[in-house]
Every structure is written in C-alpha cells, then in structure tokens.
Design a protein around this ligand. Structure first.
Ligand code: 1HE
Length: 264
C-alpha cells in the first residue's frame, strides 16, 4: 500500500513482501538534510518490521545528490561530527540489518548518494546513472561511510582518483569498478531491482542474515579467523528447521533446479 503521509522526504510502498522506498525531494535532487536522514531511519525500522527485502530508489531525474550542502554550510565542527556519526548509524542499520536492500540507481549518484547506495547490498544502475565524489571540489570529505564502504567496493586507487580529480564514472564504468552489480536500460532499474529483491526475499531469512552480517565482517578478519567463524555460521544455519525443509525439498525433487544463464 502506498503511504505518502509519513513524510514528504520518503515514500513507502509495500509490494508483496518487498518495500519500495523512494527518496522524495526531487526539487533538491534528493539532497539529504538532517531531517531527511531521520526519515530514512524511521523507514528502515518500518521495512525491517514488515518487509523481507527493500528496493531503494530516487524520485525525479536523480537518485541522490548527496549531503544537503545548504544545511551543511552553517554547521560547527562538532555538529558536523554528530551529523556524520548519525549517517553512519542509520546506514549501518541498512547494511547490517536483517533484510536485503537493493538500490535502483539513475541520474546523479553523488557524494552522500553514493555512500547511501554503498550501504545497500546490491546496486542496479540504469544507463543514465553517473557516479561522483565531488567532496574535494566542495572543500569537504566523505562523511557518510564512503571512505570505508565505497573504497572497499571500488578500491582506494579509484576512489582517490574520483576524489582528487572529480572524475565522473558512467554506469558501465561503475559496473566494471564493482560500484554497481547490474546495468540496465534507462528507466528499468527499479523493475530489475524488484526482481532481485523478490529472489532474495525467497531465501531463508537466517541465510540472508548471515550474508548481510557475517560475510562483510569475515572480510575484515584474518584468514584463519574467517574460516573458523564461517564453520559456526554454516553449522548454525544448516541445522535450522527451515534449512532441513529446504534441503529435503531439493532431495525430494520439489525445489527448482538451477539453470545456466540463457537456457530455457
Ligand atoms: C542541492 C544539492 C545538494 C542540488 N545540496 N541543494 N553533492 C554535490 O556536490 C552535488 C551537487 N549537485 C549537483 O551537482 C547537481 O545539482 C546535480 C548534477 C545533482 C543535478 O543537476 P541539475 O542541473 O538537475 O539541478 P540543479 O539546478 O543543480 O539543482 C536543483 C536544485 O537542487 C537547486 O536548488 P534551487 O533552490 O536553486 O532550485 C540546487 O541548489 C539543489 N541541490 N544538489 C543542496 N547536494 C555525509 S558527507 C557527504 C558529502 C557529500 O555528499 S558532498 C557532495 C554533495
């Protein structure tokens, strides 16, 4: 059901068990103000309570132009730190929540907009999408987790280039750089993201939780620590009642078989 009453900053619509969350400040290119961040936080909580996956998109011609620079221009240093830490907390709620988030990207995916997209689990870009980190040009630095998340996705060398030179990446470049996992025709990102969200939503919830929470943490561990933790999570998920039923369904030929891409 579409719900545009909670706030004008974000729209929320539940389609089956997939929540479609739309950044909704197109007149300011979905630039994120303090109040906007709080609205995203409220929406994260709502989606966690009633959806099994999320599609995040932007209303208007752009996904998101990043931090609301008009609001930021007036801040003191400590207000800036508080604001950045709040973005971290809210985006961590997306990255390490219990449900997968798929972002559908078009137009500007810039600054804090790229940081927000980097907190989602899968990024689908349409061919109009462009990616930039103009913080250097604005005299600031990434503050929404970009130095950690975006740098891990594309690598420090590419991020350094983007931040030092103002380089703008196309959707195709972003896919090659691992900033986007899919590139689709203009206007098709939300539909593709919905298909992916439905697929992810059909998984066992505990498996999805392990993917969202264990996988990125294991990347930060030493090899032996990662393997050790993996064994426990593998055993924990495999011994859940849901896993037993899904394993039996496969063995009893009730589960869909995997198909090679392009095969009938
Ligand atoms: C904004 C913002 C914003 C637009 N904060 N108001 N982000 C940037 O440096 C990107 C800045 N924005 C742009 O480069 C362009 O706006 C776009 C390429 C995204 C879109 O261009 P265009 O021609 O469609 O729109 P516009 O005419 O530039 O902007 C329309 C309005 O949105 C205009 O306001 P108006 O009152 O004059 O109509 C713009 O001022 C406003 N607007 N972007 C505030 N970002 C946690 S740290 C993260 C640090 C960052 O994100 S730094 C990167 C910030």
């Amino acid at each position: 059901m579409a719900d545009h009453t909670a706030t004008s900053f974000v729209t929320y619509e539940l389609k089956g068990n997939v929540a479609h969350i739309g950044l909704n400040r197109p007149e300011k290119r979905n630039a994120i103000s303090d109040r906007f961040v709080e609205t995203i936080a409220e929406t994260v909580a709502r989606a966690e309570s009633e959806a099994k996956a999320v599609v995040l998109f932007g209303h208007g011609d752009h996904f998101c132009a990043g931090l609301d620079l008009a609001e930021h221009v007036k801040k003191t240093p400590i207000e800036g730190v508080r604001g950045s830490r709040r973005w971290h907390a809210v985006f961590a709620g997306i990255e390490h929540g219990t449900i997968p988030w798929i972002s559908a990207l078009h137009g500007a995916v810039v600054g804090g907009g790229l940081e927000l997209a980097s907190a989602t689990h899968i990024r689908v870009a349409d061919k109009s999408a462009f990616f930039a980190l103009p913080e250097g040009q604005r005299g600031i630095f990434v503050g929404g987790g970009g130095s950690v998340r975006a740098a891990r996705l594309m690598g420090v060398a590419r991020m350094t280039d983007m931040m030092l030179t103002g380089r703008v990446a196309s959707a195709e470049e972003a896919e090659r750089w691992n900033l986007a996992q899919y590139v689709v025709e203009k206007g098709m990102a939300r539909q593709k993201a919905h298909e992916l969200a439905e697929a992810a939503a059909s998984n066992a919830e505990i498996s999805n939780y392990a993917v969202l929470n264990a996988l990125p943490r294991i990347q930060d561990m030493a090899k032996e620590d990662g393997l050790f933790v993996e064994s426990f999570i593998a055993s924990f998920t495999a011994t859940s009642p849901e896993a037993e039923e899904r394993l039996r369904a496969f063995l009893e030929k009730r589960a869909a078989r995997l198909k090679a891409p392009g095969s009938a």
